[in-house]
Design a protein around this ligand. Structure first.
Ligand code: NAI
Ligand code: MG
Length: 518
C-alpha cells in the first residue's frame, strides 16, 4: 500500500515533490508506487477551457522510456497481483468506491476546472466511477467460469478466467474519470496490472481515481500513470512487447492507427470510437418529453459525448412545432463556467475542438442547411478567456449532408424531416457509426420494431441517446468500434483469457472423440 502522506499523487505540494514551485501544482508520473519526472525533462500545462488563465496543473510530457519503466513496474507487480484472490482484490476496489464517495465534490470541482463540463455533470462522472467500483467489486466474488460435463466417464471439465498480464489504456478527455474506471476496474479485479495514458487535456481526474485506489490499499505497480501526448506517450504502449492488450477510447482516426499497430504486434485491442446518434421523434410522441431529452442529449457535455444526440429525425407532422420549441429553449441555455451552478453548458475542450465546431457550422450553411440558432463563438465578458460556442441548431438537414454524417463533437444538432417510421429508421441507420439511438413514441409496436432494427449498440425508448448505466454493456456497431463492450459483466471478456481445464480421474488413457465414438 502506498504511503499516503508521502505519496500523495494528487498533490504537487506534498513533501516528496521537490519540483513544486509556488502555488503551481506539478504532477509526476506514478510508476511502481513512486513519483517520477519524465526522462524527457519536459512538461505540459493542463488549462481550464472555461478560463485559460487558470492553470490546473503541470504534468509530465512523457516518452517511450517512461512508458517502458511503467510497463516494467506493472509486469513486476503482476507476479504477485495475479495470485491475490479476486475477492481480496475486490475489497480494495470497494474501499476505493467509499473513498471516492467522500471526495466526490472535490473530484467533481477539479474535473470541471480541467475539462469544463458543468458541476452537475462532473458529479455524475465521479459517480459513474463509484458505481463502476461497486459493480466490479461484486464481480470479485463471481467472475464466473463454466463447468460442464466431459464427454468421457470419470473426467471433469471446466473453463476458468485468467488475467492477461499488463494492459495499456489510452483515454479521452470527455469522461476523464468514468472512462478510466470502465477500463481500470475490470482489468484489476481480474488480476491484470495496468499502464494508463490519460488524455493530455484532462490527466488530473485519472490521478484522483488512482489515488483513491492507492489509499484503499492497492499494491504498488498495479496501476501506473504516464502522462503526455498521444504519439509520444501513448504510441509506445502499442509496440511494447510486454503489453498484452490495449483498451482505447477516442477518435476513429487514432482508433484505426491503434488497431493497425496492435494487429502487427498480436495484441488484443478494444476500440470505443465515435458516434452520430439519432433521436427519432414520431407524431404520437410526448413532445415536451422529447424536447427535454433533445436539449439534454444534444447540449449535455457541450455535445462532446460519443453518445451525444447529434441528429433529430422528426416526423413531418410535428417538425415545425418541435423545431420552434427547441430553438426557443436552446437560445435560453446558460453557457459559461461550469463551476457556476447556474450554468447549463460549458465550453469546448480546447481551441482545436472549437475550430472544428465552427468549421461544421460553415459546412452546414454551405450545404444548404438552415441555421436556426447559434453558430457563433461567445467571447465577450465572462466568456472572453474560454472556448465557448452558442448552442446551435440546424434545420432542413438532409440525411447525406456532412453535418448529418460526420461526428462534430460540439453543441451542434441537425434536424431531419421524415415521412414515416420506416423512413426514420432508414435515415437513422444510414451512417457509418452505430453507437446510440433513441425513439420517442407511445406505440409499443414501433418501439419493439426499433429495438430490433436500429443499427446501434444502445437503443433508448422515450429517453435521449445519452445516460449509460455501468452494469449494462456499452459499445457500438459498424465504425464505432471493433465489437468489444465496456461496462457490465461482458467487459471481463476483454480483460481475461479463457483456460479450459480437464481433470481425468479414470486412471486410464481416455481419448476424446475416439474412445467414446460408439
Ligand atoms: P484523440 O483520439 O486524438 O485522443 C484520444 C486519446 O488518444 C488521447 O489520450 C490521445 O493522447 C491519444 N492519442 C492521440 N494520438 C495517438 C497516437 N498516435 N497513438 C496513441 N495514442 C494517441 O481525440 P481528440 O484529439 O482528443 O479529439 C478529436 C476528436 O475525436 C473529437 O472531436 C471527437 O470527434 C473524437 N473523440 C471521441 C471520443 C469518444 O468518446 N468516442 C472521445 C474523444 C474524442
Ligand atoms: Mg484541461
Amino acid at each position: 500500500m502506498a504511503n499516503i502522506m508521502a505519496n500523495d499523487i494528487t498533490s504537487g505540494t506534498s513533501t516528496v515533490s521537490p519540483s513544486n514551485s509556488g502555488s503551481i501544482k506539478i504532477y509526476r508520473n506514478f510508476i511502481g508506487g513512486e513519483f517520477h519526472e519524465s526522462l524527457s525533462g519536459q512538461t505540459f500545462e493542463n488549462l481550464n477551457p472555461a478560463d485559460t488563465r487558470d492553470l490546473v496543473g503541470v504534468f509530465q510530457r512523457s516518452n517511450a522510456q517512461d512508458v517502458d519503466a511503467a510497463v516494467r513496474a506493472a509486469k513486476a507487480a503482476f507476479a504477485k497481483w495475479r495470485l491475490v484472490p479476486a475477492p481480496k482484490r475486490a475489497e480494495i476496489i470497494y474501499r476505493a468506491a467509499e473513498i471516492l464517495l467522500s471526495r466526490k465534490e472535490d473530484c467533481a470541482r477539479q474535473m470541471t476546472r480541467e475539462m469544463g463540463k458543468v458541476l452537475k455533470e462532473t458529479r455524475g462522472d465521479v459517480q459513474e466511477a463509484i458505481d463502476c467500483a461497486y459493480f466490479m467489486a461484486g464481480e470479485g466474488r463471481r467472475m464466473y467460469g463454466v463447468t460442464t460435463p466431459a464427454e468421457l466417464a470419470n473426467k471433469a471439465a471446466m473453463a476458468i478466467r485468467q488475467p492477461l498480464g499488463v494492459i495499456g489504456m489510452i483515454t479521452p478527455w470527455n469522461f476523464p474519470m468514468a472512462i478510466a474506471s470502465w477500463k481500470l476496474l475490470p482489468a484489476i479485479v481480474a488480476g491484470n496490472c495496468c499502464v494508463i495514458k490519460p488524455a493530455e487535456d484532462t490527466p488530473l481526474s485519472t490521478f484522483n481515481l488512482v489515488q483513491a485506489l492507492a489509499d484503499a490499499g492497492m499494491p504498488d505497480g498495479v496501476i501506473n500513470i504516464v502522462t503526455g501526448y498521444g504519439p509520444e506517450a501513448g504510441a509506445p504502449l502499442l509496440d511494447h512487447p510486454e503489453v498484452r492488450a490495449i483498451s482505447f477510447t477516442g477518435s476513429s482516426k487514432v482508433g484505426k492507427l491503434i488497431a493497425q499497430a496492435c494487429a502487427g504486434n498480436f495484441k488484443r485491442c478494444s476500440l470505443e470510437l465515435g458516434g452520430k446518434n439519432p433521436m427519432i421523434v414520431m407524431d404520437d410522441a410526448n413532445l415536451d418529453l422529447a424536447l427535454e431529452g433533445a436539449l439534454w442529449g444534444a447540449f449535455g457535455t457541450t455535445g462532446q459525448r460519443c453518445t451525444a444526440t447529434s441528429r433529430i429525425i422528426l416526423h413531418k407532422d410535428i417538425y415545425e412545432e418541435f423545431a420552434t420549441k427547441l430553438v426557443a429553449r436552446a437560445r435560453k441555455l446558460k453557457v459559461g463556467n461550469g463551476l457556476d451552478e447556474a450554468m447549463e453548458m460549458g465550453p469546448a475542450i480546447n481551441q482545436r475542438q472549437l475550430d472544428q465546431d465552427l468549421k461544421y457550422v460553415e459546412i452546414g450553411q454551405s450545404e444548404g442547411a438552415k441555421l436556426l440558432c447559434g453558430g457563433n463563438r461567445l467571447c465577450e465578458g465572462d466568456h472572453a478567456n474560454g472556448y465557448f460556442l452558442e448552442p446551435t441548431v440546424f434545420g432542413d438537414v438532409t440525411p447525406k449532408m456532412r453535418i448529418a454524417q460526420e461526428e462534430i463533437f460540439g453543441p451542434v444538432v441537425s434536424l431531419i424531416r421524415c415521412e414515416s417510421f420506416e423512413e426514420a429508421v432508414e435515415f437513422a441507420n444510414g451512417i457509418d457509426y452505430g453507437l446510440s439511438s433513441a425513439l420517442y413514441t407511445k406505440d409499443v409496436n414501433r418501439a419493439f420494431a426499433a429495438i430490433r432494427d436500429l443499427e446501434a449498440g444502445i437503443t433508448y425508448i422515450n429517453a435521449p441517446t445519452i445516460g449509460a448505466e455501468v452494469h449494462l454493456p456499452f459499445g457500438g456497431v459498424k465504425q464505432t468500434g471493433n465489437g468489444h463492450r465496456e461496462g457490465g459483466v461482458g467487459s471481463l471478456d476483454f480483460y481475461t483469457e479463457w483456460k479450459a481445464v480437464y481433470i481425468d480421474y479414470s486412471d486410464t488413457l481416455q481419448r476424446a472423440q475416439i474412445d467414446n465414438a460408439d
